[in-house]
Every structure is written in C-alpha cells, then in structure tokens.
Design a protein around this ligand. Structure first.
Ligand SMILES: [Mg+2]
Ligand SMILES: [Zn+2]
Length: 198
C-alpha cells in the first residue's frame, strides 16, 4: 500500500510555515487568520495572505529553514518505504531540508514566486474538493489505497479517505471527535515500525 506523509508538524517537529511567518512575516496576521480557516477562509486563502506579508529574499529564508527546521527521528527508516510527501507548503522550503537530511523523496507541494512586494503562492491544485468543499490533498490521492500520516487541518479530508491513518496533535483530536480510528505516532520510527520496517 502506498504511504503518504504530510510535511509540516508530521515529518518536521514544528510547522515550518508557522516558524517562517514568526521569523519573517506577520505573526499577528497569522493569529487573526488561523481561526478563520474552515469558517470564512480556505486554507489556501490563509496561506496566500500570510506569505504576501513576507518580503525577504528566498535565499535568506531557505538558509534559515535549513539551519532551524528540525525533523522527527526515524526519517531514514520511513524513507525506505518510499513515501510520497504531500504538503500545503512549498517545494522551495521542503527540498533543501530533505537534502540536508540526505534523503530523496517525491514531494507534492505548492511553489512560491518571490517578489519584492511580497511572496505570491502558486498553488499546485486549486480545484475545490467535492467532499470538503475547498482545495485539499484528497484529490491528488484518488485511485490507489494508501496509508496516511498527518497532524493538522490540511490532512483531515485525505486522512478520512485512507485505508490506514497515523495521526498526532490536531488531526488526532479531530479524528477523536469524529470517532474515526487511527494509530497515534510521535516520531517517524513509530510509523516505520508499524508498517514493518525493521
Ligand atoms: Mg501538518
Ligand atoms: Zn477534501
């Protein structure tokens, strides 16, 4: 079965988009917009507005990310299962961290167009999902059964369509509320071992 893994807060210890907003963007805007996601904003709208407030050159942000973004233990073991990384974040900020870890994985994510007046997010897929009503990860995963590993809002819909779910943090809480079964994980060893990596 295919393995699909979220990036921020799942492979990484903390959400690197949130870290970047705190370092280079407008944390007050994040605090204002985050509770509105799923209410009167889509996740894409939130991300676009938050990154519009960042005007730092990409190289500087990439250097900071490579220096500061921590990965949960067990990535090399997880990588043996050739997971697909699916993220609401950006190739530009994910791939340098994977390179630092010496791991090559397939990544499905968005891109940024870095302009002096603010970053413009180029979303990979803007099609609204017929299940949850906003652009989401599920649409990219139809066709083959998969196991899904995630932690947050962006994982909800894709997790509900998975054959096996590993969850932590807000995703675990959300699934608890729905009464949906999942396996809890803290690090990537937990997931790799559960999927038979020895
Ligand atoms: Mg996440
Ligand atoms: Zn959806």
């Amino acid at each position: 079965m295919r393995l699909v893994v979220d990036w921020d807060g799942t492979i990484t210890v903390r959400d690197s988009l949130v870290q970047v907003i705190h370092e280079f963007g407008d944390p007050a805007l994040l605090a204002e917009l985050e509770p509105r996601v799923g209410v009167d904003l889509t996740l894409h709208e939130e991300i676009a507005l938050e990154f519009e407030a960042i005007t730092t050159p990409l190289e500087e942000v990439v250097a900071w990310v490579v220096e500061n973004v921590e990965i949960r233990p067990g990535l090399p073991e997880l990588a043996r299962l050739e997971p697909l990384v699916i993220s609401a974040g950006f190739h530009e900020l994910i791939e340098p961290v994977l390179a630092r870890e010496g791991v090559e994985l397939e990544v499905l994510a968005n891109r940024v167009d870095v302009r002096p007046g603010g970053w413009i997010v180029r979303f990979r897929d803007e099609t609204a999902c017929t299940t949850c009503g906003e652009p989401c990860k599920r649409g990219s995963l139809v066709g083959e059964p998969y196991a899904y590993v995630g932690d947050g809002y962006s994982d909800r819909c894709a997790a509900l369509a998975a054959d096996r779910v590993f969850a932590r943090d807000a995703l675990a809480h959300h699934l608890d509320g729905l009464g949906v079964a999942y396996e809890r994980f803290e690090d990537l060893h937990d997931v790799a071992v559960a999927l038979g990596v020895t």
